[in-house]
Design a protein around this ligand. Structure first.
Ligand SMILES: Nc1nc2c(ncn2[C@@H]2O[C@H](COP(=O)(O)OP(=O)(O)OP(=O)(O)O)[C@@H](O)[C@H]2O)c(=O)[nH]1
Ligand SMILES: [Mg+2]
Length: 404
C-alpha cells in the first residue's frame, strides 16, 4: 500500500523548513543561510477535506484525525530534507545521503524561491535576479542523475541477466532500482511510455536510458512546484513564468510559508482565529497584539491572503495527495445509523486511501480479519449495498459487513 509521505525538496534557503514547520508546527531550525537543515525533519502534516459531519448533522468525535469547524484534517507524513545543490547526486553539498530520504516519499513538493532572492546554491542575491525555473530544471536533473547512477552501476550485469539469463526485464530493473521505493508496475508503465517494451535492453542507447528514467521519475515520484516567498513583490512575475513553463504538466502553487507559520503560531497562541488554508483570519483580541504583530498580520492579509487567496501551504499539501496522487478520504463506521464505532464515537476515523482503492482494501486497512470475513458493505449516504470491488470515492462513508 502507498504510504502517505511527501518529500519537501529544493535548493538551500528557499523556505523548505519554514513550510515544514508551518504544516506540522514542529519546531525546527530556520535561518537565512544555506544548509541550515542537515538531518531530515519528519513530521505530521494534514490533508484538509470537508468533513461529512455537517452533511449528516452530527457532532463528531474524531480519533485518528481532527475536525475544525466542519473541516476534517487527516494526517500525512512530511519529510523536510537538506537543500540540494547542482551536483548533489555525485556528492556535492551535503552529498546524496539525503536524496535517500526521497525514496520514502510518494510525492515530491519541489520548493523554489519565487522571489528570485536566492541562487541555486542558496546564497542571497538581489530579489528578482534569480530565475526559479532554472531551479526546477536542476532539481529534476539531480533526481534523474541519482537514478541514473543507480542504474548504470552494474549495467552490464543488468543486460546479462535479461539477455543471457532470460530474466524478466521489469523484474531486473525493479531489483536494481529497489532503493527508490517504487513498484514493478511503475517500471512497466515507464517502459511503455518510453517505447522500450520490445527493444532489447542490450541495444538501449544512453538516450533510451535517460528517457526511461525521466518517465519513471514522473510516474514513481510525481511532483508539484511550490513557488514560495510569494509574499515578496518580486515573486509575481516569476510565478507567471513558472506557470507558463510548467502548467498543466505540473501544478504550480504560490505559497508564503512564512505567513502560514506566523498565522498558525498566532492561532495557537489564541491571538487570532485561523483555519489552515482559509483566505482570512479573525483577530480575537486586538489589545493582546503589540504594534509589530498587528503590522505583520496586516501585511499578511494584504500581500498574501487578499493577493493569492490563501498562504498556499494547505493547498500544496492537498494538491499533492488528493490531486496528484488521487488519494481519497473515507469515513468508516460500524453503525450506519448513528455513524459510530462500537464505542459510540461518531465518525471516529478518516482514512486516506490510494487512488483506485476498493471497499475490500478499506476492510483490510481496518483489520485483516475484517477483510477475510468480508460479506458486503453499505454506502451510508445512499444505503446502497456495495461489493468488495466497489472503488472508493472521496468522502464516502462506509460500513463493512463481516460474517462470523
Ligand atoms: N519572505 C519570505 N521569506 C521566507 C518564506 N519562507 C521562508 N523564508 C525565509 O527564508 C529563509 C530560509 O528559510 P528555511 O526554511 O530555513 O529554508 P530551507 O529551504 O529549509 O533552507 P536549508 O535548510 O538551508 O536548505 C529564512 O530566513 C526564512 O525566514 C516566505 O514564504 N517568505
Ligand atoms: Mg531547512
Amino acid at each position: 500500500m502507498v504510504e502517505s509521505i511527501a518529500g519537501i525538496v529544493g535548493p538551500p534557503n528557499v523556505g523548505k523548513s519554514t513550510f515544514f514547520a508551518a504544516a506540522t508546527l514542529v519546531d525546527v531550525k530556520i535561518a537565512s543561510y544555506p544548509f541550515t537543515t542537515i538531518e531530515p525533519n519528519v513530521g505530521v502534516g494534514y490533508v484538509k477535506v470537508k468533513c461529512v459531519c455537517k452533511e449528516f448533522n452530527v457532532k463528531d468525535n474524531p480519533r485518528n484525525s481532527v475536525c475544525i469547524e466542519g473541516y476534517r484534517f487527516v494526517p500525512v507524513t512530511l519529510i523536510d530534507v537538506a537543500g540540494l545543490v547542482p551536483g548533489a547526486w555525485k556528492g556535492r553539498g551535503l552529498g546524496n545521503q539525503f536524496l535517500d530520504h526521497v525514496r520514502r516519499a510518494s510525492v515530491l513538493l519541489l520548493v523554489v524561491d519565487a522571489s528570485g532572492s536566492t541562487d541555486a546554491e542558496g546564497r542571497k542575491v538581489k530579489p528578482g535576479t534569480h530565475d526559479p525555473r532554472e531551479d526546477v530544471k536542476f532539481l529534476e536533473k539531480e533526481l534523474d542523475m541519482w537514478i541514473y547512477q543507480m542504474l548504470k552501476k552494474d549495467w552490464d550485469k543488468v543486460v546479462r541477466l535479461v539477455e543471457v539469463a532470460k530474466r524478466d526485464v521489469r523484474e531486473v530493473l525493479f531489483n536494481r532500482l529497489s532503493g527508490l521505493g517504487i513498484k514493478v508496475e511503475d517500471i512497466a508503465e515507464a517502459l511503455r511510455e518510453s517505447d522500450l517494451e520490445v527493444k532489447r535492453i542490450g541495444q538501449w542507447t544512453d538516450e533510451d536510458i535517460t528517457n526511461f528514467i525521466r518517465n519513471l521519475r514522473g510516474i514513481a515520484k510525481p511532483e508539484i512546484i511550490v513557488a514560495n516567498k510569494a509574499d515578496l513583490p518580486q515573486a509575481e512575475d516569476n510565478i507567471s513564468l513558472l506557470k507558463d513553463e510548467y502548467e498543466p504538466k505540473y501544478k504550480v502553487i504560490p505559497t508564503s510559508a512564512e505567513a502560514e507559520l506566523a498565522l498558525r503560531k498566532a492561532a495557537k497562541a489564541k491571538l487570532i482565529k485561523y483555519i489552515p488554508g482559509e483566505k482570512e483570519f479573525e483577530i480575537v483580541n486586538r489589545d493582546k497584539l503589540n504594534e509589530r504583530q498587528r503590522r505583520a498580520l496586516e501585511y499578511i492579509r494584504e500581500n498574501v491572503l487578499e493577493k493569492w487567496g490563501s498562504t498556499g501551504v494547505q493547498d500544496a499539501i492537498n494538491t499533492a495527495f488528493l490531486e496528484v496522487l488521487g488519494m481519497v478520504v473515507v469515513f468508516p463506521v460500524e453503525d450506519e445509523n448513528k455513524l459510530t464505532d462500537h464505542k459510540g464515537n461518531v465518525l471516529p476515523d478518516a482514512f486516506l486511501m490510494p487512488r483506485g482503492s476498493k471497499v475490500i482494501d478499506l476492510a483490510r486497512k481496518i483489520h485483516s480479519e475484517l477483510a477475510e470475513k468480508f460479506v458486503s458493505a453499505i454506502d451510508v449516504r445512499t444505503k446502497r449495498r456495495l461489493g468488495g470491488g466497489y472503488i472508493l470515492k472521496n468522502r464516502d462513508v462506509i460500513k463493512i459487513i463481516a460474517g462470523r
